[in-house]
Design a protein around this ligand. Structure first.
Ligand code: PMP
Length: 742
């Protein structure tokens, strides 16, 4: 083949010299060294003629423009053509010859705001000239590198093996569809280079000295030009905002932009990274050998994971500010909340946070801060997980009805959920909140046993309904509470027992039942959450269940906070205790924030409860909720989040234990997986005030934590399950810094 190329160059261009192969995405590229100079020889695949002709036109326009010095002109063939048709190995190919640009590739150059400003101004000049030439460039088929087509890469997600990268890639492609696609229609467009990546830009003396390869040029919203340049230009960089500001201001100087263009830039940059990652994963699958296809993959993965930590409001307002545009923030009206919203609600922090958005373990506040969420066990698989959000919106647009009709999602979800429980737990009642589920669980227990009394542990919380408050010492003993109801048996918090004293707790329960004369149910969380992240002593539930059952009562496990793989070792926290409850109450994480909860029980109990009174919930089990619930289970499985919780949780616990060694104020570190508690005690007394200060300090560092327990001196750690090791390091550094400062 090489000899054929030599012959073709000699006969068509009168050029001869040495050929050295260069990397190329699809074309065959060579560096040609001759006695008169150096050139790039590009040999295109057949069937590219329209595109090549267009590239030549673009380069011709620029060759006589304000950026002529920066754009390599085409070397004309002997016949005066910009390209020639040749036969290579029996195939029709197109050959072009382009002068070799001197300088270093941007890929190998140091990046600075000055350089990026110049880079931006060059891209602005290119686009201005192309716009003035009134060029039009379309491709016949959807071209996946055209940023307008980013959503076509959704189909490659399944080839991305790393779960964290896959979900973030999905998230940004979905955001692209929702936010960028509908915005395009009103944005200024032009033919743009469309691939000013760091291997297509040459630098000399800290300035852009050349831009080449117009093979991706396309008619598109102009903002795509710098979005693409930044997606590559920011790889491996720390000063992301500063470099982006410089690029934007340089471009704006050459070709002024509109605020609406700036407003989607954050998502366009992310979309380009997402396309790069998705297509690389697909390309590796198709053709494991071609390394050039993958040059940008690793840095794109790193950058997209960093990108999700950047608050889009912050990014956008910094860009707008830099261009002298209004930042246009409107704060939520606190007066309306004070006037119209239920005053019994509390607000976290001395200075409330106004939230605008979230992605996985990150939350975006209106003031531009990104918060690392260490408390939200509801958005279990991550805030706004695209699999869940899309399952819900698809079904909402298709059918939302109630359980009096037959539809597949109810059966499929119930089966999927029941499959997560050990035998004989297999019948599912779908409801709308943990409180409602707890209420139903109590009603089932009362109906089956014909008794009313319920045993609970001190400081427990089980729900906000009438029946829920009655079994929640956390509420009835605290401000506004009216005390324990006569049918409630209150047992000491298991935190007061050591392993050796378990028999004492059993005796206490037996004694309480004796006094009460009956028991309908023991109602207990598998790790006591609001009571202060209290891990039950080994064997505790086994003994308590035995005493309850011996007295004719049923055992209800409240898994509202701890279920769905959070504890790592097992899917349900009751499994840590080696027991099988009669009734399980689940909620919070079930719909990843969509309000859904359930009671799960055995066939005999469900049949006995079915005494003729219909159980109906307007919303419980509706198709939208079922699709969402199913998506949550699938994400837990596909992303192996239970195993992830185990690994990250163990790491977290060991780092906290290290911290406890250097800060004696940490009196206990406990929990399983990503359900941890850190107790703070000063001079043998609960460090309540200090805990509050620590939480405020952490907020100032962009970290959301909360406290609980009878004395509010236990830090609750129960983040979205996507929480990673680097997030752990951030939290540890924050706690350490605070404790050192006191
Ligand atoms: N049980 C436990 C253990 C809980 O933590 C909660 C909520 N904090 C509930 C029940 C009540 O759930 P919901 O708020 O969904 O009604």
């Amino acid at each position: 083949m090489e000899q054929e190329i030599h012959n073709a160059l000699a006969s068509n261009y009168g050029l001869s010299g040495t050929l050295e192969p260069l990397a190329g995405y699809e074309d065959l590229n060579f560096r040609l060294s001759t006695s008169t100079g150096e050139f790039v020889v590009k040999i295109s695949k057949p069937g590219q003629e329209d595109n090549i002709a267009m590239q030549c036109k673009v380069m011709d326009v620029l060759a006589s423009s304000s950026v002529a010095k920066l754009i390599p002109g085409q070397i004309r063939s002997i016949d005066g053509n910009a390209y020639e048709r040749v036969q290579l190995s029996g195939e029709n190919r197109l050959v072009r010859v382009i002068p070799w640009l001197k300088g270093d590739l941007l890929a190998h150059s140091a990046r600075s705001p000055e350089l990026f400003r110049h880079f931006g101004s060059v891209l602005g000049e290119i686009d201005r000239n192309l716009q003035e030439a009134n060029l039009w460039h379309a491709r016949k088929d959807p071209y996946e590198w055209d940023l307008q087509m980013a959503h076509h890469s959704l189909r490659y997600l399944r080839f991305i093996e790393d779960a964290a990268v896959r979900r973030i890639t999905h998230y940004f492609l979905a955001r692209f569809e929702e936010l960028c696609l509908p915005a395009f229609i009103d944005l200024p467009k032009s033919v743009i280079h469309s691939d000013a990546n760091d291997y297509n830009v040459v630098i000399q003396d800290s300035k852009v000295s050349g831009v080449f390869d117009f093979g991706d040029a396309v008619y598109a919203p102009r903002i795509c030009e710098i979005a693409i340049a930044l997606a590559y230009g920011l790889m491996g960089q720390d000063e992301i905002i500063e470099l982006a500001e410089a690029m934007v201001s340089g471009y704006h100087g050459s070709l002024p932009m509109k605020p609406e263009e700036i407003d989607i830039l954050y998502y366009l940059i992310a979309a380009r990274l997402a396309v790069t990652i998705a297509k690389a994963a697909h390309a590796r699958h198709q053709n494991p050998e071609n390394a050039y296809l993958l040059v940008s993959e690793a840095p794109a993965r790193t950058l997209i994971q960093k990108w999700v930590e950047i608050n889009p409001i912050h990014f956008t307002s910094r860009m707008r500010q830099r261009l002298g545009m209004e930042t246009g923030q409107v704060d939520a009206d606190r007066q309306d909340r004070d006037r119209y919203v239920n005053p019994s609600l509390s607000i976290a922090y001395s200075e409330p946070i106004e939230m605008k958005g979230a992605a996985f373990q990150y939350m975006y506040a209106a003031d531009g801060t990104t918060y690392l969420d260490c408390v939200n066990n509801i958005c279990h698989v991550g805030h706004c997980h695209p699999d869940v959000a899309r399952a819900g919106s698809r079904q909402m647009a298709q059918l939302n009805t109630n359980t009096r009709y037959v539809y597949d999602s109810l059966n499929r979800y119930s089966k999927h959920l029941a499959g997560k429980f050990p035998d004989p737990l297999e019948v599912v009642y779908l409801v709308n909140s943990g409180s409602e589920a707890g209420d139903l669980a109590q009603r089932i227990a009362r109906t089956i046993t014909g008794k009313r009394a319920v045993a609970v542990v001190d400081h427990a919380y089980h729900g906000n309904t009438l029946a829920g408050i009655e079994v929640s010492p956390y509420k009835y003993k605290s401000r506004g509470g009216t005390g324990k109801a006569p049918h409630v048996m209150e047992l000491p918090s298991p935190s007061t027992y050591s392993d050796l004293e378990i028999s004492k707790s059993e005796e206490e329960l037996a004694h309480a039942i004796d006094q009460q004369g009956e028991i309908a149910a023991l109602y207990c969380e598998s790790i006591v959450g609001c009571g202060g992240q209290v891990v039950l002593p080994e064997g505790y539930l086994k003994g308590m269940y035995r005493v309850t059952r011996d007295a004719g009562g049923l055992c209800i496990a409240d898994e509202v906070q701890v279920g769905f793989g959070r504890v790592g070792e097992t899917f349900w926290a009751f499994e840590l205790q080696g027991v099988v409850p009669d009734i399980v109450v689940i909620g919070k994480p079930m719909g990843n924030g969509h309000p859904m909860a359930a009671v799960v029980t055995t066939r005999p109990i469900a049949d006995a409860f079915d005494n003729g009174m219909e159980y109906f919930s307007s919303f419980g089990g509706n198709p939208v909720s079922c699709e969402i619930g199913n998506a949550v289970l699938r994400v837990i499985e596909n992303e192996k989040l239970q195993q992830h919780a185990k690994e990250v949780g163990e790491y977290f616990k060991s780092r906290l234990a290290d911290l406890a060694r250097s800060h004696p104020i940490i009196s206990d570190v406990r929990g399983h997986g990503l359900f941890l508690g850190v107790e703070l005690t000063a001079e043998r007394a609960p460090a309540t005030q200090l805990t509050r200060e620590l939480i405020e300090y952490m907020k100032s560092q962009g970290i959301l934590l909360s406290s609980d327990g009878p004395d509010n001196n236990v830090l609750k750690i129960k983040p979205p399950m996507t929480f990673n090791r680097s997030n752990v390091d951030t939290v540890i550094a924050g706690i350490d810094a605070f404790l050192k400062s006191i």
